[in-house]
Design a protein around this ligand. Structure first.
Ligand code: GLN
Length: 539
């Protein structure tokens, strides 16, 4: 399909946040793909940060990294896991980026003396970002999720821009979906439509008329409720979707939308033929997910454990790996700080009867010693261990201290004066002053050593995997490590950087400097997660 026929679906949110807009958009994208269409998705975030790369996980949850090294909102992770869309930095837009571009242009004198204003200059830049993605990717559908809640001051320019897109292209090329909440007042046991009415009114004041309302509900919307919402909010009754809370897994959400004809409503809106979706791979995954044959208990030992979303992609990738092994995943989340200074008895009681241990990525020294103690426990007790990014760096530190005999070995991130800087900064990183977007980011080539276990697991000589870190294994220690039993499994040949380490003879001890979790999908589980879970199940 050519640019002049790409259809646009804008998804806004009302009433409150955390209604699951990202998964709604990802599910609709996935359903449209199942009808044979080519789609892509953009997330537009109204905050002023250029990207979430500099935000604390407490503020933002996980920072998701795209193939081309953009640090983005974790919703992009859902988009990639649910669909085949190839996402890049163009798919993640923030107010900060928009203003930055416009202000740079103003400084260059590109506006030729005109007053630079929100309308049209900011809104034009927003529209340009939208049209550029449609243009370059030759899409049937471009879905655009507007972050935040309608009524927020920050999101107004984005809403104005999407209003203009509909004005420019016409109703047949644009569909507006609004996700709202229909709460149940527990004492009366009644569902209330007023917040939705207010939110739609707010949207209409901005010139946006929703075509579809997705109502988050804790129980199905009755026909009577649907017709009430339809009447007050100016949509047809069929286009009020009752999005019930899912008891099981998020991977069942596309079925809930399908049951509500969300895909067919969309096709009808655009006058496209109503076809039969093909969901075979997804069906196989969900079928296995719902009918596990055994159990696997994995401990994730990290610093941001209290936050549901800080290690989102890791939790999802573990689930994909478990389902691929027909296992039900039980996650034990342990705050590494709690293990600091604890003796082996405490650590072993906290980790008693776990089948495998994963230490994820992170920044800063808090909780490091707890991670190192955990890794020692996994290594010495032959428990499958998977280290990712900081998890690999901690595995290297642990091995240096307890096997190579380098007392107090450390990363220079935590102890710049350490006598044994087994993890350190490359010179090119040492001279960088700015924090945002300056890490080693995105996909790099990793070449595996002949005979390494990791090469066997991938069944490939090399791979591309995504990165987000500054510190590296210090190459001059390589020989000592290898002589003591920790092997380098893969390197980035161009700069001779260590990408993976492993301990032969251990049941499963592999750690990667890169983040394999970003590339795992339910229908295509990552080989390392699949293999780690398999080893954790096989006793
Ligand atoms: N803090 C470490 C580094 O910058 C690890 C980063 C991470 O785990 N993503 O190298």
């Amino acid at each position: 399909m050519s640019l002049d026929s790409t259809k646009y679906i804008f998804v806004t949110g009302g009433v409150c946040s955390s209604l699951g807009k990202g998964i709604t958009v990802a599910s609709l994208g996935m359903l449209l793909e199942s009808h044979g269409y080519k789609i892509s998705i953009i997330k537009m975030d109204p905050y002023l940060n250029i990207d979430p790369g500099t935000m604390s996980p407490f503020q933002h949850g996980e920072v998701y990294v795209t193939e081309d090294g953009a640090e983005t909102d974790l919703d992009l992770g859902y988009y990639e896991r649910f669909t085949n869309a190839k996402l890049s930095r163009k798919n993640s837009v923030s107010t900060g980026q928009i203003y930055y571009t416009v202000i740079q242009r103003e400084r260059r004198g590109d506006y030729l003396g005109r007053t630079v204003q929100v309308i049209p200059h900011i809104t034009n830049e927003i529209k340009k970002r939208i049209y550029d993605v449609a243009n370059e990717d030759n899409l049937d559908f471009l879905l655009v999720e507007i972050g935040g809640t309608v009524g927020d001051i920050e999101s107004i320019p984005f809403l104005e821009a999407i209003r203009q897109v509909r004005q420019e292209l016409g109703r047949k090329r644009v569909m507006n979906v609004h996700l709202t909440l229909v709460p149940t007042i527990s004492v009366a046991g009644e569902q209330k439509t007023k917040p939705t009415q207010h939110s739609v009114k707010e949207l209409m004041q901005l010139g946006i008329i929703p075509d579809v309302l997705v109502a988050r509900v804790d129980r199905p919307l009755s026909d009577e409720m649907k017709s009430k919402i339809a009447l007050f909010c100016n949509v047809s009754e069929r286009n009020v979707i009752s999005a019930e809370d899912i008891k099981g897994s998020i991977y069942e959400i596309p079925y809930m939308f399908k049951k509500n004809d969300f895909d067919l409503i969309t096709l009808e809106h655009f006058d496209l033929p109503v076809t039969k979706p093909s969901l075979e791979h997804w069906d196989v995954f969900v079928e296995r997910l719902l009918n596990p044959e055994h159990k696997v208990k994995i401990a994730v030992v990290g610093k941001y454990i209290q936050l549901q979303d800080a290690y989102r992609s890791i939790y999802e990738a573990l689930l994909h790996g478990a389902v691929a092994n027909k296992a039900a995943l039980e996650l034990i989340k342990i705050d590494s700080e709690e293990l600091e200074g604890c003796g082996v008895d405490v650590i072993s009681s906290r980790l008693a009867d776990v089948d495998g241990i994963l230490v994820p990525g992170g920044f800063g020294s808090r909780g490091i010693e707890g991670k190192i103690a955990t890794i020692r426990f996994a290594r010495e007790n032959n428990i499958p261990f998977f280290g990712i990014c900081l998890g690999m760096q901690c595995a290297v530190i642990e091995f240096a201290r307890n096997v190579c005999g380098f007392k107090d070995a450390n990363s220079t991130e935590f102890d710049p004066a350490t006598k044994y800087p087994v993890i350190s900064l490359l010179e090119e990183q040492e001279i960088i002053a700015e924090k945002g977007g300056t890490m080693r980011l995105g996909a790099y080539h990793c070449e595996f050593m002949p005979g390494s276990r990791i090469r066997d697991i991938y069944g490939k000589e090399s791979v591309m995997e995504r990165h987000r870190h500054r510190f590296e294994f210090t190459m001059r220690y390589r020989q000592i490590f290898e002589e003591n039993g920790m092997k380098i499994g893969g390197i980035y040949p161009r700069n001779n950087l260590v990408e993976t380490v492993e301990i032969p003879g251990h049941r499963w001890f592999i750690a990667t400097q890169y983040h394999p979790e970003f590339k795992s999908k339910p229908v295509n589980p990552h080989p390392l997660f699949k293999s780690f879970i398999k080893a954790s199940i096989d006793k």
